[in-house]
Design a protein. Structure first.
Length: 151
């Protein structure tokens, strides 16, 4: 009986060792939301050569982007953007003193699920919460085209 109990404890050793050593757990401990949010704000700037949409200026306010959330950005550009740029911060207004700034999204922090002439859908594929700024760029004569340049 004593041997069986020791073997049972030893078999759990690899799972318990990180906890004893103070390492974080292997899985995400924060509950991830599966909510869908819709955003219809932002600003469009257009010229003959370029259409640019941004959810906010780089000074903020960025949009709350909870872990696991899907954000539907209703940009209404009328053309499919060729370039989707995602910026993350830990603060709604990232350029104030001590706010940490912002950086481009990396990996699965923010992934583009779809983008068309009216809406871009972005998912936070982590359990961490951020603030997000989205910038979309379209060239009107290439809008919606996936064709490459001259080759």
């Amino acid at each position: 009986m004593r041997v069986a109990r020791m073997l049972s404890v030893l078999s759990l050793g690899p799972l318990l060792l990180p906890l004893v050593m103070g390492a974080p757990p292997l899985a995400c401990s924060a509950p991830c939301s599966a909510i869908h949010r819709y955003y219809a704000g932002g600003t469009r700037h257009a010229s003959d050569a370029l259409i640019l949409y941004e959810t906010s200026p780089d000074s903020g306010p960025f949009i709350a982007f909870a872990g696991g959330a899907t954000l539907h950005i209703r940009h209404g550009m009328g053309v499919r953007p060729q370039d989707v740029r995602l910026f993350l911060s830990f603060n709604e207004y990232p350029q104030g003193d001590g706010t940490g700034g912002y950086a481009p999204s990396a990996g699965n922090q923010a992934i583009v699920l779809s983008s068309d002439a009216e809406e871009t859908v972005v998912k936070n594929d982590t359990c961490a919460s951020y603030w997000i700024r989205v910038v979309l760029i379209a060239v009107p004569d290439r809008a919606g085209s996936d064709a490459g340049g001259p080759g």
